[in-house]
Design a binder for this molecule. Structure first.
Ligand code: E4P
Length: 221
């Protein structure tokens, strides 16, 4: 499973790139607005740091404007993917951009029918939001299973990005179901590395090692 980082924060992206585990980055208008900088220059900096796909979202309500906004964004780098919100106008824009060889990620997917239509429209990626479904007492991971089954049934090339991941269980379940990509916030990436028994184990090994060194030091030669 590929791992994308779900952030527009440069410090987080640099740390994740250094780890060597990051296959791409997803941003959205909320994540970019948290950084408080001019978004295009923020995106330029992200694109320089990341080798894999960098997702930048358009916010216009109609297809013509979405396509118009997508064009300069797609020129920022070869690895730019245009995020398009799931709606009728969005699907029209996806089809037009696909015809021009511009990759898209249809975002704000909350049902498998939406994912199927986005794939048929020519999306390179779809982003179902598991955390937001769980927030309203639904089951986000059931949606991922449905989409994986449907895409497998019809051999769609569209990749599934599990988005709105809130905790490590979402990540592990995504891998078990066979989603192509999980996009994780930095705090989830940190939690994926950690286990209290690992910390306790390292601590005990270090203490025992010190004990042995001290015992050897006080032994007569
Ligand atoms: C990524 O593509 C999505 O925009 C993001 O995962 C949404 O996460 P949220 O539901 O925590 O805002």
């Amino acid at each position: 499973m590929k791992i994308f980082l779900d952030t527009a924060n440069i410090t987080e992206i640099k740390r994740a790139v250094e780890l060597g585990l990051i296959d791409g980055v997803t941003t959205n208008p909320t994540l970019l607005s948290k950084e408080g900088r001019e978004p295009v220059s923020q995106l330029r900096e992200i694109i320089k740091l990341v080798h894999g796909p960098v997702n930048a979202e358009v916010v216009s309500p109609d297809a013509d404007d979405m396509v118009k906004d997508a064009k300069p964004l797609s020129k920022l780098g070869k690895n730019v993917v245009i995020k398009i919100p799931m709606c009728e106008q969005g699907l029209i824009a996806v089809r037009r951009l696909a015809e021009q060889g511009i990759k898209t990620n249809v975002t704000l997917i909350f049902s498998s029918s939406q994912a199927l239509l986005a794939a048929k429209a020519g999306a390179s990626y779809v982003s179902p939001f598991v955390g937001r479904i769980d927030d309203i007492s639904g089951n986000g991971m059931e949606l991922i299973q449905e989409i994986v089954t449907i895409f497998d049934n019809y051999l769609f090339k569209t990749e599934i990005i599990v988005a709105s991941i809130r905790h490590p269980v979402h990540f592990v379940q995504s891998a078990m179901i066979g989603a192509h990509i999980a996009t994780v916030p930095f705090n989830v990436l940190e939690r994926l590395m950690k286990h209290p028994l690992t910390d306790r184990g390292i601590d005990a090994f270090n203490k025992d090692w010190e004990k042995l060194k001290n015992a050897l030091k006080s032994k007569p030669h």
